[in-house]
Design a protein around this ligand. Structure first.
Ligand code: GDP
Ligand code: MN
Length: 422
């Protein structure tokens, strides 16, 4: 249970994301092949990265890559510069050499840093680009897809590969599912040689590329276990003209509950990429996940929170969040939770569903009344209280003079809030 963890402050959500350049650092440190690159947060840093990268390979091509926690950057566009993509290859040409590449990067970085990139994964509001990764250009022979996904249904990592690199895997899964090859990894053995060979063969690889792909897959699947990832996605995984196999992109996310074992990864967290409401909730030690619906939920206990979301959907509504205030919440915590819910402009109604076991109904009632006094109540509120001190809780709410609708049970409460928000 995440509520029982008292280690360093880490995100309590289901998973922790990092940037591409950080994922590549982790891969490089484990002997997994990635292009050389340098991080830049200013235009000058971006320009300064060009010479060492070009001189290392003698190849006057660099790639300027926006670092945001969202994919689809290559096809994404900046709001401020509608012709500019989030991943841009700088071809300075052999004659222009380093200086021409530096000038091109200066112009690009000047536009990209601080601007807002919209991709299919960011939503229409986009994400501000504050970091750029300047990377060596790679001579691509083929683009492949590879991922290591924790499959919760079988409690194992699954390695997936496809020849359809560079395309969204969801597209491939929908239109040509036969082009996705899988191997389920036995945790006691790791990825077996025959499995890796099977997949490399299925990708149509031969010679050096075949051997390099096997080493790549074995090293990456071992890294997934060592680092407690729940997803590593390499799209594209490229075969170079020289037969090398390299991660051109790298997306990694981790089991947040395992981060006490990996303080260096916990530190890679970039709070500016995270949802402010979820961050605020984490500060108050609340388990909170924002969703797309319109009914805010305040519940105690993860199981009750899940069934509350289910019953809201059952009666035709959509929950705006998952929120578990925990077993022994104080009135302060309840107030904080209530404020987080009301801040969301999409919330058109709130359903408080509490079963008081350890948590007492009067504590919840005091917290709710306090919160409403502080922030006001712009939307309908339905409260269902049951359990310890239920009469006292109801009395507190009745005497508060607040416009609260009481519910006799869960289904009644769900129906009432859905009705009131229509
Ligand atoms: P994403 O769009 O967010 O998934 O970002 P990627 O890192 O996958 O980059 C998008 C695309 O840019 C890739 O699919 C490649 O086709 C291209 N690209 C990235 N790096 C290089 C490079 O070094 N050389 C070349 N020629 N293309 C690159
Ligand atoms: Mn990609």
């Amino acid at each position: 249970m995440r509520g029982d963890y008292h280690g360093p402050a880490v995100r309590k959500g289901p998973s922790l994301k990092i940037h591409e350049y950080q994922a590549k650092q982790l891969m490089k440190a484990r002997g997994i092949s990635v292009p050389s690159g340098l991080l830049a947060t200013t235009v000058d840093e971006a320009v300064a990265a060009v010479r060492p990268l070009i001189e290392e390979l003698g190849n006057p091509v660099v790639v300027v890559k926006s670092q945001i926690h969202a994919g689809g950057r290559g096809k994404g566009r900046f709001i401020e510069y509608p012709d500019l993509g989030g991943v841009t290859v700088v071809l300075a040409g052999i004659d222009g050499g380093v200086e021409a590449a530096e000038e091109a990067v200066r112009e690009l970085a000047g536009k990209m840093l601080g601007s807002t990139l919209v991709t299919i994964q960011t939503g229409p509001e986009g994400k501000q680009v504050n970091r750029l990764y300047i990377e060596q250009g790679v001579d691509i022979e083929t683009e492949l897809y590879l991922s290591v996904v924790l499959d919760r249904a079988v409690s194992r990592n699954v390695l997936m590969v496809s020849t359809e690199g560079g395309t969204e895997i969801e597209e491939v899964a929908e239109h040509t599912p036969e082009k996705i090859l899988r191997a389920t990894i036995d945790p006691a053995i790791g990825l077996a040689n025959f499995q890796a060979a099977d997949l490399a063969y299925g990708l149509g690889l031969e010679g050096d590329a075949f051997k390099n792909a096997i080493s790549f897959m074995k090293a990456l699947t071992a890294a997934a276990v060592e680092l407690d990832t729940d997803l590593i996605e390499i799209n594209p995984l490229v075969v170079t003209k020289a037969g090398g196999v390299m991660a051109l992109d790298g997306k990694m996310s981790f089991d947040a509950n395992a981060m006490f074992r990996h303080p260096h990864i916990a530190q890679m967290r970039d709070e500016s990429e995270e949802d402010p409401a979820e961050l605020e909730a984490a500060e108050h030690d609340l388990s909170f996940i924002k969703l797309d619906g319109s009914i805010g939920c305040m519940v105690n206990g993860a199981g009750l929170a899940m069934s509350t979301m289910d019953i809201i959907k059952y009666v035709g509504g959509e929950p705006a969040n998952f929120l578990d205030v925990g077993g022994g919440a104080t009135a302060d915590k309840v107030t904080a939770a209530f404020k987080i819910i009301t801040k969301d402009p999409r919330v058109k109604g709130i359903f408080v569903n509490i079963f008081g076991g350890i948590m007492k109904c009067d504590t919840i009632a005091i917290g709710v009344v306090e919160a409403v006094k502080e922030v006001g109540l712009q939307v309908p509120l339905v409260v269902r209280l049951e359990g310890t001190n239920v009469d006292l809780g109801k009395q507190i709410i009745d005497e508060s003079g607040l416009n609260v609708v009481s519910a006799s049970d869960m289904k009644d409460g769900a129906q009432k809030i859905v009705e009131l928000t229509k």
